[in-house]
Design a protein around this ligand. Structure first.
Ligand code: 2NF
Length: 251
């Protein structure tokens, strides 16, 4: 191996996850062979290559949606109507819900989301290798980093493909229950197709035993969400502490 000309730049974010490629490959096989064998035809070797090719040897502050197009194509998946579940500030609870309701899907219950969840990755324009030392932090370095662009791109596709009645699990125990700058508020709601999605059902969940809830369905912050959807001709309903999810907080 030739010595590299310049060391990779030091960024403020965590470096790539050790054994990134092996984890991607392993998760792809786990998903397609064990969890959802109906997707057994997916080519995990190609998916792994398309994933790393999306960001290797590239400036990690100039990642683009285009970089991920082949990966998106290789991981296309049909989610049945009425089964998409979005979430914001409620990752654990939303995933507990879809673990119990196997017919419902968060993005992380789809192949691409399952493969990438919790991982970190970036490369460097001057190298063929991943940068395991550091990666751009989305707030401190640059927003167009490989991880942020990836989640925006796959979240957009997930929303575009949603149909029928869709759900969102929101956290009523934080100040930004609905956050216009979150992926849900910035990307997903704007990419739901009116006509394809009939209604968005929001479940505003509150911590058990919490003495103070920041927001409920009657809060003005929820009206912001309702207003955006009404402008887009998508119906909206909201329920506080939806029981099928509420009871999961006790387990
Ligand atoms: O890591 C994921 N699995 C992930 C990341 C971003 C977006 C999943 N998503 C999709 C899911 F499908 C949900 O429907 O978007 C929805 C959730 O994203 P959100 O931004 O509305 O929810 P938060 O709880 O605010 O954030 C989720 C995670 O993403 C990080 C944030 O720190 C948290 O760990 N995050 C949010 N925006 C960015 C960004 N621009 C970000 N990380 C990097 N760059």
């Amino acid at each position: 191996m030739w010595p590299r000309a310049t060391p990779p730049r030091a960024w403020n974010g965590t470096g790539s996850t050790p054994h990134f490629s092996e984890i991607v490959l392993g998760r792809c096989f786990t998903y397609t062979q064990l969890l959802r064998p109906e997707l057994g035809h997916a080519d995990c070797g190609q998916i792994g290559k398309a994933f790393t090719n999306a960001f290797l040897s590239k400036d990690p502050c100039h990642s683009s949606e285009q970089d991920y197009q082949l990966l998106l194509k290789l991981t296309s998946q049909t989610i049945p109507c009425h089964s998409s579940v979005f979430w914001s500030k409620s990752t654990q609870l939303a995933h507990l819900y879809t673990r119990v309701r196997q017919d419902m899907f968060t993005l992380e219950d789809t192949l691409i989301g399952y493969i990438a969840d919790g991982l970190n990755w970036c490369g460097d324009a001057g190298s063929y290798e991943m940068n395991y030392q550091s990666c751009p932090h989305w707030r401190k370095d640059c927003i167009n980093n490989p991880v942020s662009v990836f989640w925006d791109t796959v979240s957009k596709r997930f929303a575009e493909n949603a149909c029928g009645e869709v759900q969102v699990v929101l956290n009523g125990s934080v100040s930004n229950t609905f956050d216009k700058n979150s992926t849900f508020g910035r990307v997903e709601i704007h990419n739901l197709h009116p006509g394809k999605v009939s209604v968005l059902k929001a479940w505003v969940m509150h911590d058990i035993g919490g003495v103070y809830s920041y927001h409920t369905c009657s809060s003005p912050i929820i009206d912001d969400l309702k207003f955006i959807l009404s402008k887009r001709n998508i119906s909206f309903t909201c329920e506080d502490d939806y029981r099928p999810i509420k009871f999961l907080q006790c387990v």
